[in-house]
Design a protein around this ligand. Structure first.
Ligand SMILES: Cc1cc2nc3c(=O)[nH]c(=O)nc-3n(C[C@H](O)[C@H](O)[C@H](O)COP(=O)(O)OP(=O)(O)OC[C@H]3O[C@@H](n4cnc5c(N)ncnc54)[C@H](O)[C@@H]3O)c2cc1C
Length: 423
């Protein structure tokens, strides 16, 4: 299919062949709805080329997968990033997903005077009755404009980080302590670098508790299915499958040599300023952790689950010195900080999607994925319908909803009253 021209028309055009695009294809295929998936690079490209070398999945293989196909590694293992990408490619092959790689959709507009859409792509024009934008929850890396290029520091986003050898000699500041920032800081510290980690608000579940991984606890406690609270700030989750999977404990990281700081706020004359929020952020992370243990214990008691008790999990060590007496400033030159890794999140980039369904910040306006422009859908957005929406196992169910929605819409469109000549 690779070298053949694109069809002039398809039923549903799915843009992007990450996990969302593949899940979408699986459900459309099962419903017998003709479709085409266009991917500008390779299947699951972001897992291959936008993540660091040692990254493993944050959830175990039994959980972070689609129904109907298992990983080849043991179920309790955390697959590496290439294994995740290979899994997606294999899944696409298994379901016979009509994916065209190396084709970028550059513009998508509504057709005039008839239903449907026109996609301009790097390989020509395709028309489609429906469109699903499955271009990722994390599209454009965001680096806050704090440290100017003239500071002479190597700066990169976490999507650009590969491994410790990539960085110049010297200390490293990692900004952001979600899953990416905390894992990268941990890796650099283990590689013998002096590391400063700027910690903002976060949630940090235990990796496992009473013999069950946290993904299981969040599942049984209905937390993956939690809907977004309107207006609530997104709080990053600090979790890791690295080194066999360990709880992300900032006190432990400090004990191992990482200097924790508050949020990175500003830069003047070679000196960085940090917010006075470190102790509060650590305390709120601990409170989240302990509340989850409470909920887990209550669930186990209510359901008569005989899971092994784990009182040691409740022991929170004393605040390390860097939390008790936090740095408010860091002179980068004096501290020999030669690089900064910004693990500071992402923004949307829907410039190609020329429809009226975005707010003033460029965020999609939609209901459970259905855009304000009928016929267009989003898939894989963070909190699209619930917490699990942007994760491998969660997008599967949103894709099913979108496929059902498209099927209903097709039925409406194909309906003709008997009075017009068709039964
Ligand atoms: C560091 C990191 C670790 C993560 N770990 C896990 C984990 O362990 N478990 C888990 O469940 N989730 C994890 N996630 C979250 C989520 O699973 C991933 O972000 C995943 O890549 C999202 O899949 P997606 O298909 O929605 O989007 P993406 O993977 O971003 O796929 C979108 C695809 O669209 C393509 N594309 C974009 N624009 C166009 C265009 N105009 N035309 C054609 N193609 C286009 C891109 O090339 C890309 O391949 C992680 C995320 C990050 C950042």
């Amino acid at each position: 299919m690779q070298d053949t021209p694109l069809p002039e028309k398809t039923g549903v055009l799915v843009v992007g062949a990450g996990q969302a695009g593949i899940a979408m294809s699986a459900h459309l295929g099962a419903a017998g709805i003709p479709h085409l998936v266009l991917e500008r690079a390779r299947i699951a490209e972001r897992w291959r080329s936008e993540r660091w070398d040692s990254l493993v999945a944050n959830g175990p293989a039994w959980h972070d997968r689609f129904p109907g196909m298992e990983f080849s590694c043991p179920p309790e293992a955390f697959p590496g990033k290439e294994e995740v990408a290979d899994y997606m490619a294999a899944f696409a092959g298994k379901i016979g997903a009509p994916v065209r790689c190396g084709v970028e959709v550059t513009s998508l507009t509504r057709l005039k005077d008839r239903p449907g859409f026109r996609a301009e792509t790097s390989a020509g024009v395709v028309e489609a009755d429906y469109v699903v934008a499955a271009t990722g929850p994390f599209q454009r890396p965001v680096i806050p404009q704090i440290v100017p290029e003239s500071a002479g520091i190597v700066q990169m986003h976490s999507t650009g980080y590969r491994n410790p050898d990539q960085l110049p000699e010297g200390a490293v500041l990692v900004v952001g302590a979600g899953s990416s920032g905390s894992q990268i800081a941990d890796e650099l510290n283990r590689a013998g670098r002096k590391v400063y980690l700027s910690v903002g608000p976060h949630e940090r579940p235990p990796r496992a508790y009473r013999g069950r991984d946290f993904v299981w606890w969040l599942g049984v406690l209905n937390k993956w299915d939690m809907e977004a609270v309107p207006g609530a700030d997104h709080v990053t989750i600090a979790v890791s499958g690295a080194y066999g999977g360990r709880t992300m404990d900032f006190r432990r990281l400090a004990g191992e040599g990482i200097v924790l700081t508050g949020r990175t706020e500003s830069f003047r004359g070679g000196v960085l300023q940090f917010a006075p929020d470190l102790a509060g952020n650590i305390a709120r992370g601990d409170a989240y952790y302990l509340a989850l243990l409470d909920e887990a214990d209550a669930f186990a008691a209510r359901n008569g689950l005989t899971l092994p008790e784990e009182p040691a999990a409740r022991v929170i060590g004393p605040d390390p010195d860097c939390v008790a007496h936090p740095l408010r400033e860091l002179d980068l030159k004096a501290a020999n900080v030669t690089s900064i890794i910004w693990a500071t999140g992402f923004a949307f980039d829907f410039g190609w999607l020329k429809i009226d369904s975005f707010d003033e910040r460029g965020a999609p306006l939609h209901q459970r994925g259905a855009a304000r422009e009928p016929g267009v859908y989003f898939l894989g957005l963070p909190w699209q319908t619930r917490r699990g929406s942007s994760f491998i196992w969660g997008v599967w169910y949103d894709a099913k909803y979108v496929a059902d929605h498209i099927e209903k819409q097709r039925n409406y469109l194909h309906y003709t009253p008997a009075s017009e000549g068709n039964a």
